[in-house]
Design a protein around this ligand. Structure first.
Ligand code: AMP
Ligand code: MN
Ligand code: MN
Ligand code: MN
Length: 281
């Protein structure tokens, strides 16, 4: 089996390592095929491609697009697209828009519960001014001693109903899938177990995703248990989707799953990289 890791984040979104440092770490961990999938952003793709080449690793272009579906945020990973495709570049630019304003509102919400200066604090952790995210706020709140780690920050401050949570409308599912597909890539539902959908909502997500041209699902990811991976292996077969594998690595200090350190894909599934053979660089 190929050690493919097709999901991780750099300083270009909410990771703490540069694309070059990630490439080095992936190689050291035995990754043979790599994709950098920054949130709503492909500004790191050229660097990642060159770093992969330097490490002697195969590369697929990648991104992770924030989508609003059934009132919730769903992540769609795109793989193997042309990272210069104008419609994709523009769609992602629009998807990023609004993050600055949202961050100001998050900061206002936190100020109401006595946490001041969170916007400025979060900004210190931001590598890309267009991509201020909840993760950067979480890092600041840990630094400020408000919480002991980032999961605690999310639990207490940054999820629905909590003081720093600001609802946001991201891209439409069909647009995200179309930008990726039209740019020659393959769209993948990221970490499906994380959404907390009812069975009906989840069925609707997979059905609509497929109808719009989506072709893959993450089965093995850093955010799935063994049981969840087995469950989504069945879903992949049921919907005729290829399977992806990715750590979702963000940081050596925060991520429990390191690059490439994942179980193998169950054998009966079609790996996404088989469908993307001619897109591997
Ligand atoms: P945003 O795109 O600004 O809404 O931020 C979403 C990011 O927050 C995700 O990509 C994760 O990196 C991080 N995140 C979301 N939920 C949690 C959580 N419960 N614990 C730690 N990090 C989280
Ligand atoms: Mn993230
Ligand atoms: Mn995600
Ligand atoms: Mn991710």
């Amino acid at each position: 089996m190929l050690n493919a890791d097709l999901h991780c984040h750099s300083t270009v979104s909410d990771g703490t390592l540069t694309p070059e440092a990630l490439a080095g770490r992936a190689k050291a961990n035995g990754v043979e095929l790599w994709a950098l999938t920054d949130h709503d952003e492909i500004g790191g793709q050229q660097r990642a491609l060159e770093a992969a080449r330097q490490q002697g690793m195969k590369y697929l272009t990648g991104t992770e697009i924030s989508v609003t579906f059934a009132g919730q945020t769903v992540h769609i990973v795109g793989l193997g697209f042309d990272h210069r495709d104008p419609a994709l570049v523009e769609g992602l630019r629009r998807t990023r828009g609004g993050r600055g304003e949202r961050a100001q509102e998050m900061s206002d919400g936190l100020a109401k519960v006595g946490i001041h200066g969170a916007y400025e604090g979060a900004l210190k952790y931001v590598g890309n001014p267009e991509l201020i995210s909840r993760t950067h706020f979480a890092r600041f709140l840990v630094e400020a001693g408000v919480c002991k780690d980032t999961p605690e920050v999310f639990r207490k401050y940054l999820t629905e109903g909590k003081p720093g949570f600001v609802p946001h409308r991201w891209a439409r599912l069909q647009d995200a899938v179309q930008w990726i597909s039209d740019a020659g890539g393959l769209a993948v539902i990221a970490h499906p177990a994380r959404y907390g959908f009812t069975p009906n909502e989840e069925y609707a997500l997979f059905t609509e995703f497929k109808a719009h041209g989506g072709r893959g699902v993450e089965v093995v990811t850093g955010s799935h248990s063994t049981l969840e991976a087995a469950r989504y292996a069945e879903t992949a077969l049921e919907f005729g989707l290829a399977a992806s594998r990715g750590s979702d690595f963000h940081s050596p200090d925060e991520s429990h799953t390191d690059l490439g350190a994942l179980p193998w894909l169950p054998g009966q599934l079609t790996p996404v990289w088989e469908l993307l053979a001619d897109r591997i660089q």
